[in-house]
Ligand binder design. Structure first.
Ligand code: RNT
Ligand code: ZN
Length: 396
């Protein structure tokens, strides 16, 4: 079957062997927080953040060992390069305050990553804490609270740099804050000025760029924070461009008809690095498991068509507590990689050439016809070589 498929693709100018090689190297950062419903391992449990996990499927990880075992089980089903995306609250931090966290609290994760030859990404945890209960963190009017969070993020950058340096793989340090108001604000400017000042303080120190990339994640709204979000898309886009930082686009953080895939080309002209939180919003920022749907495929195509694989860092961001959590990881991560495979198998140069020549008939014809070429047979071949099941079917 694969040999026939290989021939079929070579007739449209695609070398499936080169595609398999390229596909295998693209890292997908797997979000640790799918394994325990975004709870973490701290003793304190505060409010704030508006992140909603629903479902009571049994098997939530209760500690780091369980979480790592579950990740291993998921990784056995996910072919190709992987990273683990950690949050500060997942360290050995039961009795450690957020503004006192250090690299040593993450050494077990580093051993885990080193043994598996994978990288680690990182996120400060700016929610589920008494200092986040007003709905404001880095933009809080109280300088004591702001400084607490500034110190937390600074320490997180240090931890990410430690990951990058010890593992020899880039660590993405992504900052998302929940800051906003439930209702219509009287002053949209001052909180943004305070956030800007906090960020200036946080990013004063620069790290070796091959160890860490700092990225900023915007959001449209949160539960209980419907009226106003301090860290909006425009705010972070401006800040990232001005300060040469990376921009994180979460596919659940925009208006429902707005597509991240449509933003990539434009943003790629103005920032060096883009971080993706591939997710699936259903009616709102619901963080459902990533499907092999049009938008996931479009995201992959935009990355591949414009040669952005080195500058777009793909991560997943969903959390579903209503289904088996390991299978949730496997479904979403496999779908992301399948989308990348479909994108790599597209004869995009020929399509772009047809477009340049205003041959829109050819463009449409080829785009439609390739949809039914047997990309699954390349997937099966790839999985077989990686000793990962090509299909996980449980119908009986
Ligand atoms: C929240 C953001 C953020 C979180 C994780 C847990 O809306 O998407 O990325 O999901 O940090
Ligand atoms: Zn996100």
């Amino acid at each position: 079957m694969y040999n026939e498929t290989k021939k079929m693709y070579s007739e449209i100018g695609i070398d499936t062997e080169a595609v398999i090689d390229a596909l295998d190297k693209i890292p997908i950062s797997v979000q640790c927080w799918q394994g325990d419903d975004v709870r973490g391992f701290e003793k304190i449990f505060g409010s704030g953040g508006g992140i909603q996990v629903t479902g009571n499927h049994p098997g939530r990880a209760r500690n780091a060992e369980e979480l790592r075992d579950m990740l291993d089980a998921a990784f056995a089903l996910i072919p190709g390069a992987k990273k683990v995306n950690l949050h500060a609250m997942y360290g050995d931090v039961e009795n450690v305050k957020r503004d006192e966290m250090e690299p040593c609290h993450f050494k077990d994760w580093v051993s885990f990553a080193r043994e598996r030859k994978i990288g680690l990404d990182f996120n400060p945890t700016m929610f589920a804490h008494p200092h986040a209960s007003d709905g404001l963190t880095l933009s809080h009017p109280d300088s004591g609270i702001r400084n607490f969070w500034i110190e937390h993020v600074k320490r997180c950058r240090e931890i990410a740099a430690y990951f990058g340096l010890t593992l020899g793989q880039l660590s993405i340090m992504n900052l998302w804050i929940p800051d906003g108001y439930k209702d219509t604000p009287a002053d949209q400017l001052t909180p943004r000025q305070r956030l800007e000042a906090s960020l200036n303080e946080i990013f004063k120190e620069s790290y070796k760029s091959d160890a860490i990339i700092d990225s900023l994640e915007s959001k449209l709204f949160g539960i209980g924070l419907e009226g106003y979000t301090v860290g909006s898309h425009e705010f972070y886009m401006g800040y990232a461009v001005k300060n040469n930082l990376a921009l994180c686009l979460d596919s659940g953080h925009f208006h429902q008809t707005e597509l991240v895939s449509a933003k990539l080309s434009a943003i790629s002209l103005f920032v060096s690095n883009i971080v993706l939180h591939v997710s699936r919003p259903m009616r709102w920022d619901s963080d459902h498991v990533v499907l092999l749907d049009d938008e996931t495929i479009s995201i992959a195509k935009e990355i591949v068509r414009h040669g952005l694989l080195d500058r777009v860092h793909i991560g997943l961001d969903y959390f579903d507590g209503s289904i088996d959590r390991v299978t949730a990881w496997a479904i979403g991560a496999r779908n992301m990689r399948k989308a990348l495979l479909i994108a790599l198998l597209e004869p995009y140069q020929a399509l772009q050439e047809a477009e340049r020549e205003f041959d829109f008939t050819k463009r449409l014809l080829v785009m439609e016809e390739i949809k039914t070429l047997p990309w699954q047979s390349v997937w099966d071949e790839y999985c077989e070589r990686k000793e990962v099941p090509g299909r996980i079917l449980k119908c009986k």
